[in-house]
Design a protein around this ligand. Structure first.
Ligand code: HMG
Ligand code: MG
Length: 297
């Protein structure tokens, strides 16, 4: 079956998933400039930051300052990560209109990442989602370790399906399926997506690949053919997960957009502007540009 969509929405996660794991702590003003630059590329969704514990993720301790500082483009949504009610309240104080809650398909990873079992995390999200519904705040949900876990190894597909289904039933409008450590390969990625899509509509699913082993674009292509229409990626391939040692950056947004446009799939993104933003970010981080397209340009 080839159900490749004609348009894809990119969820740019660089300012959050990227910068949460960079060794350099980027000053708030530079984070704001990054998001403002991304806002001018045609992206529709930019995950701006995380209202998590600053002890756990010091890189994003300036979440309120960053969120307040960005020039909100009315055509762009700026979701933020929220782990609990305390994070929800901090986010709402600065006017956040969309949040993302996050859990995993692996118990071991969840314990390291958010100090909770999967069941406890879902219990923790219930009042957050309830408050968000009452406040008309949209909620996205993440399931991590969908293709393998750095602590437990194999992650049964049934666990991925169960957690994704639970988040959807709780009111998350979209579930992002995360290959946190970039361990997947195309056939397994496709089988995972197909299993989840049997329970949750494909229109409510997104894919989130880290590129640790250079498999991300191949995995994305395999999933596109099943009809997924939302892809998470990070400008310049920044990041990783602080609680998944060895996890490298997200797939680079520039590379994903280059592939999609080459396949005739519209994203609404101005690729040269995105590449320029990736190069600007790399200069801020004094690192090599992770995007292959950025390098070639
Ligand atoms: P805990 O230590 O169990 O929390 O952490 P607690 O409720 O016992 O509170 C301990 C302290 O943290 C208290 O302060 C709280 O006030 C404070 P103290 O009394 O000690 O001074 N606290 C907070 N402060 C600010 N904002 C908050 C907050 N909550 C508690 N929201 C907790 C539990 C969930 C808070 C912690 O584990 C945490 O913040 N974890 C976040 C880890 C993280 O951000 N990981 C990366 C994101 S996930 C990811 O990258 C994967 C993804 O990209 C998809 C993929 O790739 O698979 C999404
Ligand atoms: Mg991630």
């Amino acid at each position: 079956m080839n159900a490749t969509p004609e348009t894809v929405r990119i969820v740019e996660v660089g300012p959050r998933d990227g910068l949460q794991n960079e060794k350099t702590i980027v000053p708030a003003a530079a984070k704001v400039e990054l998001i403002d630059r991304l806002s001018a590329t045609g992206l529709q969704t930019i995950e701006a930051t995380s209202f998590v514990s600053p002890k756990w993720v010091p890189q994003l301790a300036d979440a309120a300052e960053v969120y307040t500082g960005i020039r909100k483009n009315p055509g762009v949504r700026y979701p933020v990560l929220v782990p609990n009610l305390q994070g929800y309240e901090r986010a709402r104080e600065v006017g956040v209109e969309e949040i993302a809650v996050f859990t995993a398909a692996s118990e071991a990873f969840n314990r390291k990442n958010i100090n909770a079992s999967i069941a406890e995390s879902l219990e923790r999200f219930a009042p957050v989602i309830e408050r968000a519904n009452a406040d008309k705040v949209a909620v996205r949900g993440y399931v991590s370790t969908v293709l393998g876990c750095p602590y437990q190894g194999e992650v049964p597909l049934a666990d991925v399906v169960r957690v994704a289904t639970a988040l959807h039933a709780m009111g998350c409008y979209e579930i992002s399926l995360g290959d946190t450590i970039g361990i997947g390969t195309p056939a397994r990625a496709r089988a995972m997506l197909a299993a989840v899509a049997a329970e949750v509509p494909m229109s409510a699913l997104a894919i989130h690949f880290h590129d640790t082993r250079g498999q991300a674009l191949a995995n994305i292509l395999a999933c596109l053919e099943l009809g997924v229409g939302v892809i998470d990626s990070a400008v310049s391939g920044v990041g990783g997960c602080p609680y998944a040692r060895g996890a490298s950056g997200n797939v680079a947004s520039e590379d994903v957009v280059y592939m999609l446009h080459g396949m005739g799939i519209a994203t609404g993104i101005d690729l040269p502007k995105l590449i320029e933003t990736g190069q600007w970010l790399s200069a801020q981080l004094a690192r090599d540009n992770g995007s292959k397209v950025g390098k070639a340009a």
